[in-house]
Design a protein around this ligand. Structure first.
Ligand SMILES: [Zn+2]
Ligand SMILES: [Zn+2]
Length: 194
């Protein structure tokens, strides 16, 4: 945080560049927080209409975070983890062309209890499936990727749902390690397996 008085030089840079470069551009020129820059620009009635800057204060770490996890966890989870507003997360995801497939879409109507369960049991008891889980766990260091909790009781969650994406069931890239708690949170219900 830098709340010191703005120098003339900084104010000059702000009024010259803010309208075209926006907050991000200004941050390359002066060392101020995005909040401070926006606040100052508002006070000076400077506006920037570049669409990129509609939610201007994403830093690289946040963008990388979103790119890495949005597809698996979706907007609500990212909102929580990044402490951002939902519109901001949704907008950024759109800009980055990230899509989230809600787990269990269309399965809450009882389908899950019937045919899918039987089919699932079959696959789940297979050696390939065991290998898949191990590979997922191994890649993630046997830790929940959401909260970091290690060890016992971890699940391998299918990013693209088991039922809708049969081809991806044993794709390691489609698996992610979660603890029981985070997994249930993600599905909005208690989950034993997925
Ligand atoms: Zn967890
Ligand atoms: Zn799951």
């Amino acid at each position: 945080m830098n709340n010191t008085k703005w120098t003339k030089h900084e104010l000059g840079l702000l009024s010259v560049w803010y309208p075209t470069k926006g907050v991000r551009g200004i941050q390359g020129l002066i060392k101020r927080t995005s909040g401070a820059i926006r606040c100052k620009a508002n006070r000076l009635r400077l506006s920037c209409d570049k669409p990129l800057n509609q939610y201007p204060n994403w830093n690289t770490d946040e963008v990388e975070f979103l790119q890495k996890w949005y597809k698996a966890f979706g907007p609500d989870w990212c909102v929580k983890k990044l402490s951002r507003s939902k519109p901001s997360v949704l907008h950024k995801a759109q800009v980055l062309n990230l899509k989230y497939d809600r787990p269990y879409d269309g399965e809450s109507n009882g389908n899950w209890q019937g045919g899918i369960t039987t089919e699932y049991q079959k696959v789940r008891n297979s050696e390939e499936y065991n290998q898949w889980r191990l590979q997922v766990f191994n890649r993630d260091g046997f830790k929940c990727v959401s909260c970091g909790k290690p060890g016992k009781g971890i699940h391998a969650h299918h990013i693209k749902s088991f039922s809708k994406y049969a081809k991806l069931r044993l794709d390691v890239d489609n698996g992610i390690t979660l603890c029981k708690k985070c997994h249930s949170e993600l599905h909005d219900m208690p989950v034993l397996l997925c």
